[in-house]
Design a protein around this ligand. Structure first.
Ligand SMILES: NC(=O)c1ccc[n+]([C@@H]2O[C@H](COP(=O)([O-])OP(=O)(O)OC[C@H]3O[C@@H](n4cnc5c(N)ncnc54)[C@H](OP(=O)(O)O)[C@@H]3O)[C@@H](O)[C@H]2O)c1
Length: 327
């Protein structure tokens, strides 16, 4: 194997930036499994990492990309053989270990998930960390009793990666989904994915009382900040909130009343360090009962070279759905 293309993140003159360069395998972080990358995808965390907008990467240069799918070239671990189709996401991938924005990846075998039945490599990359997070959130809320008969489910940051996939999955499972978006032009798209109602983020009347009218049985929160605070105040008795995002801020202010008077449960979702048995279970479900019905409409293919401009748009909240990087 000679050199191949990778998007590397550099820190030069105290400024973080990224560009496509040629690398060879010996330059990548060590690991037992080498796979030829088919696809990667773009997550909010990738945009934070590659632009320096968030202090995600601590040692440079680093190949970015927190998820990838591909075909095993070689493995020192008996669990994987050449030709196996695999997924690698999360852990330190694309953070302190070289990531998925490269034509080859070398990773610890413990991070590798065999491609489950029901998914192609392109579909698995369309899901990526975003789909995995949506699937994990559904699983955690179901464990706490989420069911379509309980009432409406709100999904905010609705045109984002995790949210579009969550809407698609929840609608398929029979939930009445209410989407909240800042993009007026995307209401029809969200309805096509399965949202029954679409609310404009800028027109939300949030009120200020510790408990407002009870509206939602469950909520999937990409945003944090004011919107998460509003959600706590507007959940029904026993309402369940999956908190996984901070696109609108990391702080939120509420009172204990939703928790002690309505039994609201705030459930944290961290896709990064899920134990492997649960990770495999969620990926299995994503190829079966949780497989979104509109992956092709949600995905848009881009190239490595298009990534820097895409990161900027993502940080400004100007994207829709998922960008899949064709390697
Ligand atoms: N916990 C985990 O394991 C985990 C895993 C994956 C992602 N995340 C987090 O989840 C969030 C969503 O990730 P993603 O990859 O889906 O990102 P994304 O594709 O960029 O989606 C974020 C969406 O949030 C909305 N938004 C953006 N800025 C906003 C603001 N200032 N106020 C309110 N809404 C805003 C936008 O949707 P609208 O224009 O439609 O409102 C945007 O499309 C991020 O915070 C990410 O870091 C966490």
């Amino acid at each position: 194997m000679g050199t191949f293309k990778a998007l590397r993140v550099f820190s030069e003159n105290d400024k973080v930036s990224c560009r496509v360069v040629e690398v060879n395998l010996d330059e990548l972080s060590a690991g037992e499994v080498v796979f030829k990358t088919a696809f990667s995808s773009v997550n909010y965390k990738d945009a934070l990492a590659a632009t320096g907008a968030g202090r995600i990467i601590r040692s440079f240069p680093r190949v970015g990309g927190i998820d990838a799918t591909g075909t095993v070239e070689s493995s020192f671990d008996p669990r994987f053989s050449p030709g196996d189709e695999v997924i690698c996401t999360s852990y330190e991938f694309g953070v302190s270990h070289d990531g998925g924005f490269a034509q080859y990846c070398r990773v610890p075998a413990d991070w590798v998930v065999p491609l489950p039945g029901g998914l192609t490599l392109h579909e698995a990359a369309t899901l990526g960390v975003a789909g995995y997070t949506a699937g994990l959130a559904v699983e955690l809320l179901e464990l706490n009793g989420m069911a379509p008969v309980n009432g409406k489910v709100l999904v905010n940051g609705a045109t984002g990666g995790v949210a579009t996939l969550a809407i698609d999955v929840l609608a398929k499972l029979g939930y009445h989904v209410v989407a909240v978006t800042g993009k007026e032009a995307e209401h029809d798209f969200l309805k096509k994915l399965g949202a029954q109602e679409v609310l404009s983020r800028h027109k939300l009347e949030m009120g200020t009382r510790p408990l407002e009218k009870a509206l939602w049985a469950a909520a999937f929160d990409s945003v944090g900040g004011e919107q998460l605070a509003w959600l706590t105040r507007t959940m029904q008795e026993g309402g369940l909130i999956a908190s996984f995002g901070n696109a609108g801020g990391i702080e939120f202010k509420t009172t204990v009343l939703p928790f002690i008077l309505r039994g609201v449960r705030l459930i944290g979702v961290n896709s990064g360090d899920t134990p492997m048995p649960l990770r495999r279970k969620i990926w299995g479900r994503l190829g079966a009962d949780l497989k979104p019905r509109h992956l092709a409409e949600i995905a848009r293919d881009i190239t490595l070279g298009e990534l820097p401009a895409y990161f900027e748009k993502m940080l400004k909240g100007q994207i829709r759905g998922r960008a899949v990087v064709k390697l």
